[in-house]
Design a protein around this ligand. Structure first.
Ligand SMILES: Nc1ncnc2c1ncn2[C@@H]1O[C@H](COP(=O)(O)OP(=O)(O)OP(=O)(O)O)[C@@H](O)[C@H]1O
Length: 204
């Protein structure tokens, strides 16, 4: 059940091409880093992989078929700003169980405390909130996680705890992960393979 990107090209309206002709295969269980200079389209590429943006050129397939437009998406995105990823009008328990009901083992692994469930998002720190976003993304039908600067804003301890949890789940479920980070050490430590978006693109 791999993700295959074939000939992916993207530009915003009449702006310059961010990338073109990108071919990339991500296999189950693979931890792949994507690097590249700021503003060259890594976030945009992550959004395409996880179905939030349609490519202008090319196709993305999952298990050989186009990604479904509705229903649970097997490629889940977690990005840098958890406060933008949650509904401010929902208490954390509702956000957490929006797509599935995480078990206690996962909550413990991510260090999510029971008392946080009854709070509003603005009553949690960024690191606490991001733990919820990660738990929400790790439903049983998630085959790939796209982590776009997922722990960039967090302190070292929270960062390490979240990555430990994610890598543990990835191993248990043979889930693939795409890691976008400007922290070279983090990428080196986590990833089996690192690609540069610029080098994949036929347009530079
Ligand atoms: N909705 C949008 N409309 C127009 N241009 C956009 C839009 N979103 C992003 N861009 C532009 O597209 C380019 C690529 O942005 P993107 O966020 O994908 O890059 P990035 O490689 O992830 O950058 P960084 O490493 O700084 O986060 C940038 O020049 C950005 O200004």
């Amino acid at each position: 059940m791999q993700i295959e990107a074939n000939g992916i090209g993207f530009r915003y309206e009449n702006g310059p091409w961010l990338f073109r002709g990108v071919d990339l295969t991500i296999k189950p269980g693979e931890i792949m880093g994507i690097t590249g200079p700021s503003g060259r389209g890594k976030t945009t590429f992550c959004r395409i992989l996880s179905g939030f943006e349609q490519p202008v050129e090319g196709t993305i397939t999952f298990d050989g078929k186009p990604l479904r437009k509705n229903g649970y998406h097997p490629v889940q995105l977690v990005f840098q700003h958890p406060e933008k990823a949650v509904n401010p009008r929902w208490k954390m328990e509702k956000t957490l169980t929006e797509g599935w009901k995480p078990d206690q083992e996962l909550l413990d692994l991510l260090g999510i405390k029971q008392e946080w469930l009854g709070r509003w998002p603005n009553e949690l720190s960024g690191g606490e909130l991001q733990r919820f976003c990660v738990a929400r993304a790790l439903g049983p039908n998630t085959r790939f996680l796209v982590a776009d600067e997922m722990t960039t804003m967090l302190d070292a301890i929270t960062q390490a705890q979240i990555w430990h949890a994610v890598m543990e789940i990835a191993k248990q479920r043979d889930m693939g992960i795409v890691v976008v980070s400007h922290e070279a050490k983090l990428i080196q430590r986590l990833c089996h393979r690192v690609v540069e978006l610029d080098k994949l693109s036929s347009y530079n």
